[in-house]
Ligand binder design. Sequence first.
Ligand code: RB5
Length: 167
Amino acid sequence: MNPKQPAAKPLVIAADHGGFELKTFLVKELERMGRPVVDLGCHSPESVDYPDYADRVAEAIARGEADMGILVCGSGIGISMAANRHRHIRAALVHDHLTARLARQHNDANVLVLGGRLLGPEVARDCLETFLATEFEGGRHSRRIAKFSCAPNELADAVPSSPRRPN
Ligand code: RB5
């Protein structure tokens, strides 16, 4: 490790019971890839409430313990909704290679969300690898992300609108 460079932050991962099995698989994949990961639960297939696990990941990112997270519930829908209630979270529910790539390139997603009851392990691994390997493109996408959660008066100051720009 270069002593001048700060150590890379770990990823944080959490799931409800519907995502427990896929989360267990993803933790092993991350370890195989040599990516440090902190598992914030749940730690068994016993029934739990997915917003509690969305909050764990969002709060760890807010505290600066991680820059990126992974969340899994049965469909991915509920846990992504809950995570996106946090203003600093851009959680993207991803289904395949393309949505994993676009979530990073266009949306600068900081949380990858997967449906544990929907995806097989090969597709989930590809989503994970693609999400982690893809950079945000910036440019016009930065302006759009800057509009997230802005009240109208904040918005007027923050970002000019551009109705006729393509893509
Ligand atoms: C739990 O049964 C299930 O509702 C949850 O994992 C998730 O799919 C919700 O969106």
